[in-house]
Structures are given as structure tokens and as C-alpha cells.
Write a protein that binds this ligand. Structure first.
Ligand SMILES: [Mn+2]
Length: 418
């Protein structure tokens, strides 16, 4: 089917596909730098810790800032829509012979990233890195009972607020700064309150740094468990939600890999929007647990996008991808995930949402079921390919050859010591 024919099919149910594409083009989605190198970064040599794990050993990984930027550029060229860059603090870029520990990071250590973003007209989101570092003591950072440890990580958080403000000032686009810690216990703790009270105090100390609330949007991300912290995490869902609701300007961040397997974030979005002017999402694909698989155009991904669109909340929900698969080409992983989320948003924008709502309000649940199921086989693929063309990127079926070529010409030729 041609796009023109698909457009007419949608017009019959009251959907303007041209308008849907125009809306989507302007919605920023944050691309996580950490898919490019398995969450390694440039400030440490040690293993990945904090209850997360990248599995796989696909060749061609980026090992330098230049390579990571090169790979990001390749992926950007294959993604339609507005991109934002999402950085972790461990991706600081130090000049030859210089270094700074996490508690002493400065905006200057991120100057190259600010330049990279500005050259591409992108905003930057930022994340302090509370893992993969020798100062993580007994698996704890901001909730540690050891005051020296806790202070180190509070200072890291404070340093990151300043860097987030620097990014916003440089790019002229607000910076979403997300705080996630992996603090917790493998087995049953005897004191669940103490770590949470210390975490709360640490967050308050971090946020006591003066910053422009229009430029920096701090978030707190919850998690139900991690590898090695199966029994207890200090930053649980209840903890972070209540922290955000009781601290003005702090946003709750939901990562859809961070809940019990039968819970769905698609159902939580509207609940939070009743109370928060803005919320944030980490979009991932949990397979049985927080496995950080590449985002696909699957049912729950579509459902989350539908919720954002149906709530009229495209400007209230800060969207970021968060996954890392080391078992496949990392550039392709970025591209598939980003395109899938774009597809989910476009799909949601191409549904007759007002009509579906009317059916629900009239309690026409029989017809609602029939219509919602039949919409699944509408010619969405033709609209999607047209969107790609209008964004000057290759359509489905035509971009993967670029990955093959990039592997052969660039990624597989990278020299490195193992
Ligand atoms: Mn996350």
C-alpha cells in the first residue's frame, strides 16, 4: 500500500496521519550513551557493579570518547525524530594525564560532550554514577552507615547538579538529572529504616546545592531489586515516589524494568500524572526481570506510548531509553530501540483516541474491544515508512545494510588490548 492509500484508510476513522507525524517530529527522546560500551565509561577500569550486568561480547565496542561519539553519530543518522543525549557521570572526558574522582567532577570534564550536543542541536540529560567505583562500600553509597562513604557520594551528587546546570546553560535546553542508586542487601536486613532515612538525608543534601529549577530537573528512580540485592533496595518505589511528592520540583522516574514482573508502567503513568506536573520514564524491555534488553515494538511498549498520548502528556513526560545489550551490534541496538519507541509513539498518535474514549464513557465495552483489536492490523507500516522518509532517514528494510557496512569499515577494525 502507498502512503496515500494508508492515509485515506486512517482518515476514514478520523485520524490525520500527517498531523501525527508533525507532532512526533518535535518530541525529544533521550538516547543513553551507555548502550555504546556496556556501561563502562571513561573513569574506571573495574567491573560493572550496583546490581546491573551487561552480558555478551559482540566485537567492535567503542573504547574511547571519539569512538563512542562516532558510533552515536552513526546511530543518529538512522533514527527519525528529535534526539537528546543522555550521559552518565562516568563518561567524563579527561585531558591527557589529568583525572578527577567522582566527588570532584567539574563542568570542564564534560566540555567535549557539551560541544558534541551543541553541534547537533541537542539537549543533554545527565545521571550521577553511584556504581562501579571503589568508594561503593559493602554495596552502599548514599545510604551507607559509613559517613565518609556517604559524604563522598553526596559530594558526587552535588557536583552533578552543577554539571547538569552547565549542560542546560550551554545547550539552552533543560537537563533532566536522574538519581538512581543500587544500594541494598542480598539477604534479609535487620534495619530497613536506617538506610532509607540516610538516603533521604543524602538526597536532601544533594538538592540543597543552589540551581535553577527551570534548567535542572532532578528525578529519583526506584528499583525493586538487583543482582546481589534481591531482598531489599533502599530506593524502592514507595520511597522514591514519596520523596518526589514531598520535595517540590523533584520528578519521579519510572523504569519499566524496575517493578515486579506482573506490574506494568503503562498503568502507572496516568496515576502519577494526577499528582505531578512532570514525570520521567526509562524505557527498557525487561525479560523476566530487569534484564535491560533492547526496546522493541511490543505490546507494553505500545501501551506506554498510548498512555502518554492519550493523557495529552507528550510535554509532561521526559522519555529516555535505558538498556544495554553487549551480545549484538551496539549501534544497531541503539537504532532498533530508538526506532521502536518512535514507532510506539506514532502508532499511539494514529489511533482514534477520542472515539475510543467515547466508547468507554458510554460503556460500549463490546465495541471497544472489537475496534481496539482491529486497529492492530491497520496499515501503520506505511505511515511509519513515510515518517522515516520525511525525517530523511532510511525506512524499515533499508537501514540494516548500513550497520553491516559500518561494522566492516569501522567497528571490526578497531585495535584494542584485551
Ligand atoms: Mn533506569
Amino acid at each position: 500500500m502507498s502512503y496515500q492509500e494508508a492515509k485515506e484508510v486512517y482518515a476514514k476513522i478520523g485520524v490525520d496521519t500527517d498531523a501525527a507525524m508533525e507532532v512526533l517530529k518535535k518530541v525529544p527522546v533521550s538516547l543513553h550513551c551507555w548502550q555504546g560500551d556496556d556501561v563502562t565509561g571513561f573513569d574506571h577500569e573495574g567491573p560493572l557493579t550496583g546490581g546491573i550486568q551487561a552480558t555478551g561480547n559482540y566485537p567492535g565496542k567503542a573504547r574511547t570518547p571519539g569512538q563512542l561519539m562516532q558510533d552515536m553519530d552513526k546511530s543518529f543518522s538512522l533514527m527519525p525524530g528529535t534526539k537528546k543525549l543522555n550521559l552518565h557521570a562516568c563518561y567524563a572526558i579527561f585531558e591527557e594525564g589529568k583525572t578527577a574522582d567522582r566527588d570532584a567532577l567539574q563542568p570542564e570534564h564534560f566540555k567535549k560532550w557539551a560541544e558534541f550536543a551543541k553541534e547537533r542541536n541537542m539537549g543533554i540529560d545527565f545521571n550521577p554514577t553511584f556504581f562501579s567505583h571503589p568508594m561503593v562500600k559493602d554495596g552502599l553509597t548514599l545510604s551507607s552507615p559509613d559517613e565518609k562513604t556517604r559524604k563522598f557520594w553526596i559530594d558526587h551528587g552535588k557536583a552533578c547538579i552543577k554539571i547538569a546546570q552547565y549542560f542546560a546553560e550551554e545547550t539552552k535546553i533543560p537537563c533532566v538529572m536522574n538519581i538512581w542508586i543500587g544500594d541494598g542487601y542480598k539477604d534479609i536486613p535487620s534495619d530497613r529504616l536506617g538506610p532509607r532515612l540516610r538516603y533521604k538525608d543524602s538526597l536532601e543534601q544533594i538538592l540543597s546545592v543552589p540551581y535553577d529549577k527551570n534548567l535542572v530537573k532532578p528525578c529519583v528512580e526506584s528499583k525493586v531489586f538487583g543482582i546481589g540485592v534481591e531482598s531489599y533496595t533502599a530506593g524502592s518505589s514507595e520511597f522514591t515516589l514519596n520523596f518526589a511528592s514531598s520535595h517540590k520540583g523533584v520528578l519521579p522516574l519510572m523504569d519499566n524494568g524496575h517493578y515486579h514482573p506482573t506490574e506494568v508502567v503503562s498503568d502507572k503513568i496516568s496515576a502519577l500524572l494526577c499528582y505531578f506536573p512532570e514525570i520521567a520514564l526509562h524505557i527498557t524491555r525487561p525479560v523476566r526481570w530487569d534484564s535491560d534488553h533492547v526496546v522493541l515494538f511490543d505490546d507494553e511498549t505500545k501501551e506506554m506510548a498510548k498512555e502518554i498520548v492519550r493523557c495529552g502528556a507528550l510535554e509532561r513526560v521526559h522519555m529516555a531509553l535505558d538498556y544495554f545489550d553487549a551480545g549484538i551490534n551496539r549501534v544497531s541496538a541503539w537504532v532498533v530501540g530508538f526506532r521502536s519507541w518512535q514507532k510506539a509513539l506514532l502508532n499511539a498518535l494514529c489511533l482514534p483516541n477520542d472515539f475510543l474514549k467515547k466508547l468507554q464513557d458510554a460503556h460500549e465495552m463490546t465495541e471497544l474491544m472489537v475496534v481496539q483489536d482491529e486497529l492492530k492490523t491497520y496499515p501503520f507500516g506505511d505511515v511509519w515508512n513515510e515518517y522515516c522518509r520525511r525525517c530523511s532517514v532510511k525506512e524499515d528494510g533499508k537501514w540494516f545494510e548500513e550497520i553491516r557496512r559500518y561494522e566492516k569499515d569501522v567497528q571490526f577494525n578497531r585495535q584494542h588490548k584485551e
